[in-house]
Design a protein around this ligand. Structure first.
Ligand code: SF4
Ligand code: SF4
Length: 393
């Protein structure tokens, strides 16, 4: 009787459910990584910074432990990702207001180097840089006396991490995606269920359009005209009809693709149907080691995984073929939702479904290290900024 009370029925457990001791052991490397990442913050003066760093170390370590203990990925990753999406704009806007007194910036200053580096611009840099050796959107990535290698470091880091985890960048680092995921998580059920699968092609068309046009015009067309996230970061000062139109486009895209449609569809609609950077990242899925596969011997074609996928990276045909589509961002929702354990993490070059937990663990070490390094430091800074605004003594 006692064991019936104390032990969860095996059927409710994920096949990857682990003991506390083993989960702690597997979490240890990530806890040490988080400590290493935030040691410099503790060396700097500032109580708020220390609190932010400490909270993030605990948060990231606890979530990783839960991923190990339960065998679920998406469920725990989501807490981090939504926190990142919600807190990043708060911290960013607060520091803009503290430094400049406003979120707006003249568009000329934006293009000529007075904004922080944004990875969204990377696909637009490539052609002009290759042909003319000119960086068309310098921002603060221009080498400076204090940081002479900033371009190389930022782009080098992005490339190294992308090669390891592919499009997982979009589900473990991109704070913009976290905002959408937050709105998609709000309703219990989808209010719109049917979405045209051809919408998946739109990000590719936008990618082609902005890359070619940016090279032709020598300016970052997406940043100037199409980025929904200008609305929650810094926007061009409105002083003419042109800037008013730009601002109108940013706000409309943000409201539609980041707030309303995610709420109605429970999908990340900006990522799935619009973002050219996401399409660009998909290309790296071809050459990195980790992927999701489907064990056809266990799969009963129930399509639960397809419904749970936030970016429509699954189709009935792809599941039948045992694969995801190219735009999979390795969030793990499909694996978490499959009741037959047919959706599995896979290390390329090994037999499918042979050791899926080992593949998941290896992938998560890379992805969580990346999330802690980029997202964790953004979270810590945002938390310390927010604490600074609280009426605490
Ligand atoms: S949820 Fe699992 S069983 Fe259902 S279709 Fe997807 S992989 Fe197959
Ligand atoms: S296929 Fe699975 S892992 Fe890939 S984006 Fe969809 S739910 Fe996430």
């Amino acid at each position: 009787m006692a064991s019936r009370v104390l032990t969860r029925p095996p059927a409710l457990r994920s096949p990857a459910f682990r003991s506390i001791g083993r989960s702690v052991l597997l979490t240890l490397p990530m806890a040490l990584w988080a400590l290493l990442m935030f040691t410099p913050s503790f060396r700097q003066p500032g109580r708020n910074l220390h609190i932010g760093a400490l909270l993030v170390i605990l948060f990231m370590t606890a979530l990783f432990f839960l991923m190990m203990r339960t065998g679920k990925t998406y469920r725990w990753r989501r807490y981090f990702f939504v926190a990142l999406g919600l807190l990043f704009p708060v911290g960013f806007i607060a520091s803009l207001v503290a430094v400049r007194g406003t979120m707006s910036i003249p568009i000329e200053r934006m293009v000529s180097g007075d904004t922080p580096f944004c990875y969204m611009v990377i696909p637009m840099l490539i052609l002009p840089a290759a042909v003319t050796r000119t960086i068309i959107f310098p921002g603060s990535i221009l080498p400076t006396a204090s940081n002479p290698h900033s371009i190389a470091i930022m782009i080098g880091l992005w490339l190294a991490l992308t090669l390891v985890v592919g499009k997982a960048w979009c589900s473990y680092v991109c704070f913009f995606g976290g905002i959408e995921e937050g709105f998609a998580a709000l309703p219990k059920r989808m209010k719109i269920r049917k979405l045209d699968p051809r919408l998946r092609l739109v990000p590719w068309a936008i990618l082609l359009f902005v890359v070619v046009l940016s090279a032709a015009l020598f300016e970052p067309v997406y940043c100037m005209w199409l980025c929904p996230f200008k609305t929650v970061t810094e926007y061009p000062a409105v002083h003419s009809v042109t800037t008013a139109i730009q601002m109108g486009i940013f706000i409309t895209l943000f409201a539609g693709l980041v707030v309303v449609l995610p709420y109605l569809t429970k999908k990340r609609t900006q990522c799935a149907f619009f973002c050219p950077f996401g399409a660009f990242q998909s290309l790296f899925n071809k050459i990195n080691l980790f992927e999701i596969r489907f064990d056809r011997e266990k799969c009963v074609d129930c399509t639960l995984c397809q419904t749970s996928c936030p970016t429509m990276a699954l189709s009935a045909e792809s599941i039948r073929e045992g694969k995801t589509l190219l735009n999979c961002m390795k969030c793990g929702a499909c694996v978490d939702s499959c009741k037959k354990s047919a959706a599995v993490w896979h290390l390329k070059g090994t037999k499918v479904a042979l050791k899926p937990e080992r593949a998941r663990l290896l992938f998560l070490y890379g992805a969580w290290a990346m999330a802690t390094m980029f997202g964790g430091s953004i979270l810590a800074n945002s938390i310390s900024t927010i604490i600074g605004f609280l009426p605490l003594r």
